[in-house]
Design a protein around this ligand. Sequence first.
Ligand SMILES: Cc1cc2nc3c(=O)[nH]c(=O)nc-3n(C[C@H](O)[C@H](O)[C@H](O)COP(=O)(O)OP(=O)(O)OC[C@H]3O[C@@H](n4cnc5c(N)ncnc54)[C@H](O)[C@@H]3O)c2cc1C
Length: 389
Amino acid sequence: MDVTIIGGGISGLALAHELAPDHRVTVLESAPGPRGGGYMIDFFGPGFRAAERMGVIDELRRRGRAFDGVRYGRPDGAETGRIDAAPLVRAAGGRYFSILRPDVEQGLLAVLPSQVELRRGALAVAVRDREGAASGTPDGAVVTLEDGSEIAADLVVACDGVRSAWREQVAPGHGGIVPMGYRVACYLVEGPALAAELGDRMLMTDTVGRVGWLYAADAARVGVMLSERTDPHEDRRPEPDPDHLRRRFTGLHPQIDAALEHVPAAGEYYDDLVAQSSAPRWSRGRLVLAGDAAHAPSLLAGQGTSLAIAGAEVLARSLRAAGPHVEVGLEEYERAWRPTTERIARSGRLSAGAFIPSTMLRLRTQQIARRAVGLPGVSRLLARSFIAA
Ligand SMILES: Cc1cc2nc3c(=O)[nH]c(=O)nc-3n(C[C@H](O)[C@H](O)[C@H](O)COP(=O)(O)OP(=O)(O)OC[C@H]3O[C@@H](n4cnc5c(N)ncnc54)[C@H](O)[C@@H]3O)c2cc1C
């Protein structure tokens, strides 16, 4: 059948890879080219095993890197503690590495079957049912692009991310996102000297209400991630404002101050609320949601990419098994995949309160808890529960 995928991000590319052997696949991606910048993700969980089965893990692993762990730092630069990554990697059976989000995209592009038509600069603006001539029920859908052209398909998959334009159409009343009470900005800067100083350990500031992370993305570039508490009732995308970042995050740590000298221009870095998405149903007619459009767990659960890849595999497998009975395949996709996404989203919500301490007392409590995490037995237990979440 003809499948049109809206969004050539992680889930769109993973799904195109999986559907290409059985179907004619078109991917519509609004961005004119692969997006640079971005943030470092921890890759583990269901997506890791799916990537192994899909034969894409080597492309991802060779673009990824390993960190020794995190070092915490005070505003005066003194170190306040460390957490090692080794127990996590062991708990995941070695199936754990870090990789920049754009490098996941590049890895998936490297293995994209040549028969997939990837149309860049193609912004989808509407999807409507294509009524089946005999039954009167939809036997496909028609996508309208910004330039007014239309593409008819037997199935349309919305892989357009956490702020999906099609969640409302599939599940009326559930179009929005669920803010988790934080905002996060990320960018990469050139900085070989700072990258060398950071080495194989991430820096995280030990601060109240705001936190900064810094890591060497490679020998030449440093990744910066800045997050602060926000009103949990506000769901509008914040206006990117480099001055706001400099005002809010200067003084957290000397190395963060150095990275703040190179904030890119507004619009050239990622800046959004930390948010989850969900919907009580994932398909309506021949339009189905996948990846963050269906089930973003937010960075608090740290598995959005993993779920995007694994969910693509489940959707493709369900459609393959259902043959011409597409609706049966869509039902099976939801039956098989929803429980995993809900479990991981729940673990994200549970960790939300502790993501950035709101008071000095909470910061102190976290510092004490961190010392306990350093004990071998405790670190093993915590690592296992994090990986199993
Ligand atoms: C700061 C941060 C840290 C994170 N850390 C982790 C982590 O440690 N581990 C992890 O697994 N995940 C992490 N994630 C989450 C992860 O990035 C996402 O869950 C994952 O990228 C979801 O992929 P997706 O394809 O569903 O959506 P996206 O990657 O958002 O892709 C959507 C694509 O659709 C395109 N698009 C949108 N609308 C249209 C349209 N109308 N027409 C055409 N194209 C369109 C967009 O241009 C984009 O390319 C993190 C996210 C953030 C923000």
